[in-house]
Ligand binder design. Sequence first.
Ligand SMILES: NC(=O)c1ccc[n+]([C@@H]2O[C@H](COP(=O)([O-])OP(=O)(O)OC[C@H]3O[C@@H](n4cnc5c(N)ncnc54)[C@H](O)[C@@H]3O)[C@@H](O)[C@H]2O)c1
Length: 237
Amino acid sequence: MTAKVLITGAASGIGLAVARRIVARGMEAILWDISRDALEAARAELGDSAEVRQVDVSDAQAVNGAATSLEGATHLVNNAGILGHRMDWHDLDPAEVARLLAINVTGFMKVAACFMAARSPHPAGAIVNMASIAGDNGGAPGFASYGASKGAIMALTRAMARDFAPEVRVNALAPGIIDTPIQGAVMADAAARARAAEGIPMQRMGSPDEVAEAAEWLLFDASYTTGEIIRIAGGRR
Ligand SMILES: NC(=O)c1ccc[n+]([C@@H]2O[C@H](COP(=O)([O-])OP(=O)(O)OC[C@H]3O[C@@H](n4cnc5c(N)ncnc54)[C@H](O)[C@@H]3O)[C@@H](O)[C@H]2O)c1
């Protein structure tokens, strides 16, 4: 049975790498992202197998509206996320924390709920959530909200795996430092990138496709794996 995969945050980085793999397998991909321009570029690259839609996952009404076109979707890669601004404890800005959690946590939950309501049954239905090793280690200094949001994704993955079984397997990936635009805020120059690589046993950042490779396995090849969080971090903790 053919699969149709909804990917959020699909117009860049890891989400786009997953979309490329889906299309290369001859499957259909539904790409949701907040960036219209990036979506247009993805559509131009991926062709007719990709259906794109501008959706802000933190806007529950927008997600409800977009979910009306989810018919036939069998798998979900819940991936849209932001790092947020650097914020020290003495400058704590609750509005900025709320904005980040609305995208990284509530948005994830809302998309998963809509997907579950609209999805088409598939013998190997599955969800992959994009967590981060920051969910375990607390995140980089100044990015505690991000770490907290990814810790929440880990807990949500276990809750979803329990609640959506046996029809849908739910797992998370916890990437380390992956070379995508999200790292721009923390790794603007070559020196910062070299310093980051020093702390990674594999001595380099990962590529988006190295995360997509694991997502593809969890989506289509795994069959008894659910509720798990797999690090794709070059050995970094
Ligand atoms: N790159 C890393 O080092 C790394 C490490 C661990 C986890 N992650 C996670 O991987 C996921 C993908 O990140 P990436 O590295 O590919 O970054 P990215 O910035 O390249 O991609 C994120 C995408 O999400 C989209 N997006 C942002 N806010 C959105 C919203 N409100 N609604 C819909 N789309 C929205 C962006 O437009 C962008 O296309 C994120 O959840 C991120 O936290 C990344």
